[in-house]
Design a protein around this ligand. Sequence first.
Ligand SMILES: *Cc1c(COP(=O)(O)O)cnc(C)c1O
Ligand code: SF4
Length: 360
Amino acid sequence: MTYLLTGKRAERKSMAQWQHLLKKSITSPGQLAGGFAAQGAGLDGVVQRYPMLINPYYLGLIKEVNDPIWRQAVPDARELVDTVCFEDPLAEESLSPVPNLIHKYPDRVLFLVNSQCAMYCRFCTRKRKVGTERMVITAESILAGLDYIRRTPAIRDVLVSGGDPLLLPDERLDQILSGLRAIPTVEIIRIGTRVPCVLPMRVTRSLVSILKRYHPLYINTHFNHPTELTPEAAKACGRLADAGIPLGCQTVLLRGVNDDPQVMRRLMHGLLRIRVKPYYIFQADMTLGTNHFRTSISTGLTIMRSLIGHTSGLAAPTYAIDAPGGGGKIPLVPEYIIDRGPTVKFKNYCGALCSYEDGA
Ligand SMILES: *Cc1c(COP(=O)(O)O)cnc(C)c1O
Ligand code: SF4
């Protein structure tokens, strides 16, 4: 009995902990402390257009100005002078049969159920609306989404995303997941969340006990740099994995953050150690306000070449570009075939020539 009470008390304390952390987030560059503050001057215009929110946990990962954590979280004057990219690069709004539900592929949908995040990534594809009043999610819009999924039996895979779904209160998330599970044509549920990376203490025991009731449930999380692989993140991912939830990671290739073979290799290995399977590395979308984050596709291909064969296949995710205009994800694969004749010739991962007498 005493033991149970202690457990409950501990849980109440940890729930309070993540909510407390979120409350203490900084939302303007002027709030950056000490030597960081001067760097934040003059960025209020950026924040008026694209919100800033950095919770104390993620803020604590910044070691110096312009390091990979800083770049992901702190506003930059270049966000307002991008003349290359587009507000809605993936044409999500025109692919939404009901607001905040994107139906692009025949058998799966992206269902946006929350507009808030535990940190607003400066490179976010949905920065046109995430964290602002332009992203209106209500009980009615969620019911409309559920209704669309119910009327569209071809949908067998629902990706619950946002914003960050795991910032919803436990009970709300429980309702949404049970609403989805009540639709017999929905085979699998996926949650897209950056919480294990940016606010891992949100992964409480009570959250996990809710999630595990909705199997088969997958989580795709989002880490971009080895610095993010903290003991707290490891604990969050361990809890989810122990609940039988397969974990994937969708990393975004970002200039000045992870556009380097050594950094990416350390990230991929570190993810596997915390039981997260690298799923995608994305070429950065052409999102208005994020042009300074983009790299060349050949940088991405070089990184993939440095992974494939040189380390385990588990550490080599699919490198893909989400086609501008809503064409969907296209894998970008380094070329290994050098001749497609009756004898197919290849170069292997080390550059050695190999050949294969092709079959019928
Ligand atoms: C990425 C995405 C999906 C899921 O794609 P997978 O390759 O199955 O992970 C589904 N719908 C939309 C709109 C997407 O952007
Ligand atoms: S967590 Fe995801 S949705 Fe939220 S700001 Fe970052 S990339 Fe965008």
